[in-house]
Write a protein that binds this ligand. Structure first.
Ligand code: PLP
Length: 281
């Protein structure tokens, strides 16, 4: 497989970076994970827009304009002859230079590569278990920054407890998960944290807003509490990797009857229609 870099396409085994690379030394960079179904990008505009927002937020100049980014990402799929379900990981760092906190006067390092990614069909059907954890991240979680240590530690704790994800909370208020957004359904309405600096503005989250509207399910962007989680009728999470994923257990306690909820299933179906993948389920 070929990796897209600022110096053209490079064989995956030949791409190396100097030890003084700012992504490695400082986490000084941003990234995107973009879903591909049947060889086509899904929600590509949303991801590219967010990439430029993240870059601007850390004063990083993307070495291309948006048009060029679209063109290069299309080329990446072509050159690798991608036809199935996959994802692209794209990263931009502030470049390679002698270690100094102050921004260097060098060009950014840009790369993007494709990885096969089958849909998590079993989990989508049966639902997943999660734990809750204090949200220990900084105040700018809307930036898709490379600094993921709190996210990694939360996800690892979930894994060690045989769970799929960790729901994060700041004091009593639920923000999102370690790598996904989270929602509850209560009395027919969906609730999720508003798009403030405390959450990543998920591309699937934006899509779910539209899908809920089309299904006439009110979606209220209001933070809910840990207590609301315990009494919710349904709980689910969303991300480019996990799609619309039912949560059936929280901290080893069942959510209602321990089965995916009806509103969650309607949203899953609407998502599959939108992404044109309904025949695969
Ligand atoms: N929240 C966090 C912290 C994430 O890392 C992600 C994606 O990886 C999401 C939410 C979901 O974002 P998206 O729907 O754009 O994949």
């Amino acid at each position: 497989r070929k990796i897209l870099t600022q110096h053209g396409f490079v064989d995956k085994d030949l791409l190396t970076y100097p030890y003084e690379e700012r992504g490695l030394q400082f986490g000084d960079g941003i990234y995107e994970v973009i879903r591909i179904y049947h060889g086509d990008y899904y929600l590509l505009t949303e991801h590219v827009e967010r990439l430029f927002r993240s870059a601007a937020a850390i004063k990083l100049t993307v070495p291309y304009n948006k048009e060029q980014v679209y063109h290069k990402l299309a080329e990446l799929l072509e050159i690798n002859d991608v036809k199935g379900d996959a994802k692209v990981y794209l990263q931009i760092t502030r470049g390679s230079a002698a270690r100094d906190h102050v921004f260097p006067d060098t060009e950014p390092n840009f790369y993007a590569y494709v990885q096969d990614l089958p849909r998590p069909l079993t989990e989508l059907k049966n639902g997943v278990s999660v734990i809750t954890q204090e949200d220990e991240r900084w105040q700018n979680c809307y930036i898709k920054s490379l600094n993921l240590l709190p996210n990694i530690l939360a996800k690892q704790e979930a894994k060690e407890q045989n769970c799929f994800e960790a729901i994060l909370h700041r004091k009593e208020k639920v923000t999102e998960c370690s790598s996904s957004n989270v929602y509850i359904v209560k009395d027919g309405k969906i609730y999720t944290h508003p798009e403030t600096n405390n959450i990543l503005h998920g591309c699937v989250r934006s899509k779910v807003k539209t899908l809920a509207q089309n299904l006439n399910i009110p979606l209220i962007e209001e933070a809910f509490t840990l207590e609301d989680l315990q009494t919710a009728d349904e709980v689910f999470l969303t991300s480019s990797n996990a799609e619309v994923m039912p949560i059936i257990s929280i901290d080893h306690k069942q959510v209602q009857d321990g089965k995916p909820g009806t509103k969650t299933i309607s949203l899953q179906k609407a998502y599959e229609q939108d992404a044109k993948i309904e025949q695969d389920a």
